[in-house]
Ligand binder design. Structure first.
Ligand SMILES: Nc1nc2c(ncn2[C@@H]2O[C@H](COP(=O)(O)OP(=O)(O)OP(=O)(O)O)[C@@H](O)[C@H]2O)c(=O)[nH]1
Ligand SMILES: [Mg+2]
Length: 310
């Protein structure tokens, strides 16, 4: 283990140095030696000061462009911003990566902003283990806001909602009709719906349709509906007002949400480990089941017995 590297990272984290944050994230993301030490430190020293905002939505909706403008708006208000950009792994949106770099460069001279891109590593647009762990690291710093951009449209793909106080779903005019949006479960995860690219000609019609659709949701849990033109920044100050407003209202739900999430996280990580252990047996048993030599029920029982022994 490169103890020097680990110790430097830990010392740097204590002093809240951005360089140490970058290094610690790399250690955790790449599963380098010492990862557990870094994680342990990060988890124990997390603070709950930052408002956590998730920005999700389909590819190309303008999430990164919006995040860029949102950063500026928070900075105007004197707030420190951390950004986690979870890159979509789809080759069709490969261009976004360069975009992120250019944006990063723009804010790189500002000490109140820290931006880091993450590969989603095939996690179905969901949030990878490395990204989750990086969030613990971000929470060791003194950000007032942490923004997490991730690709996703449905409930399955937007696990991120479990980690944030406010979830924004960014859509664009023409992105599906209201039925498709309802089917994707987007209304359930969104605290705020943002129709970006409001400069498009069909934006008003799309807004009206969405507004109507949202009326079917009880008012207490109905997501806000807003429009923005991220490229010009139109609607961004209003969006930031709403983020702060909704965020403050959601703070009371944090403890309950965290308890549910921690249970889910332990379960899902344990599941992954168990899955890895039983994969070979599943293969072998599947053959026996396919040859009608055994029921799937019995196969599962056998695996259960085996896992039990260890
Ligand atoms: N006309 C118009 N174009 C926009 C607007 N916002 C963003 N765009 C453009 O849409 C394209 C995609 O923007 P991004 O911000 O990269 O979108 P994204 O949602 O982050 O995309 P992924 O990260 O690939 O999922 C870019 O060419 C932007 O310039 C807008 O309000 N109006
Ligand atoms: Mg993007």
């Amino acid at each position: 283990m490169d103890e020097k590297r680990i110790n430097e990272a830990l010392e740097g984290l204590k002093k809240k140095q951005k360089r140490a944050l970058s290094r610690a994230i790399s250690i955790v993301e790449n599963h380098e030696d010492g990862m557990e030490l870094v994680l342990e430190h990060a988890y124990k020293n997390m603070n709950d000061n930052a408002l956590l905002i998730g920005i999700t939505g389909p590819g190309g909706a303008g999430k990164s462009t919006s995040v860029d403008k949102i950063i500026e708006e928070f900075r105007k208000r004197g707030m420190k911003v951390g950004v986690m950009a979870v890159d979509p792994s789809s080759p069709y949106t490969g261009g976004a990566f360069l975009g992120d770099r250019i944006r990063m460069f723009k804010h790189s001279s500002d000490d109140g902003v820290y931006i880091r891109s993450f590969g989603s590593r095939g996690a179905m647009g969901g949030i990878s283990e490395g990204t989750k762990n990086a969030l613990y690291l971000f929470k060791n710093f003194d950000f007032d806001v942490i923004l997490i951009e991730s690709l996703g449209i449905g409930q399955d793909e937007t696990e991120i909602t479990n980690f944030v106080d406010v979830t924004v779903v960014t859509v664009v005019p023409g992105f599906g009709d209201s039925v498709q949006i309802a089917k994707a479960g987007m209304q359930e995860i969104a605290d705020i719906f943002v129709i970006n690219k409001a400069d498009k000609p069909d934006a008003q019609a799309y807004y009206n349709q969405m507004k109507e659709q949202l009326l079917s949701i009880p008012e207490e849990i109905r997501p806000l509906l807003m429009t923005t033109i991220a490229t010009t920044g139109k609607g961004i100050p209003e969006m930031v007002d709403a983020l702060i407003d909704v965020g403050n209202r959601q703070l009371g739900k944090r403890a309950q949400k965290e308890a549910a999430r921690v249970r889910h996280e332990i379960r899902s990580q344990a599941m992954d480990r168990i899955m890895e252990r039983i994969d070979g047996d599943v293969e072998t048993l599947a053959e026996a089941v396919l040859e009608r030599k055994m029921t799937p029920f019995r196969a599962a029982q056998m695996i259960d017995e085996k896992v039990d022994i260890k």
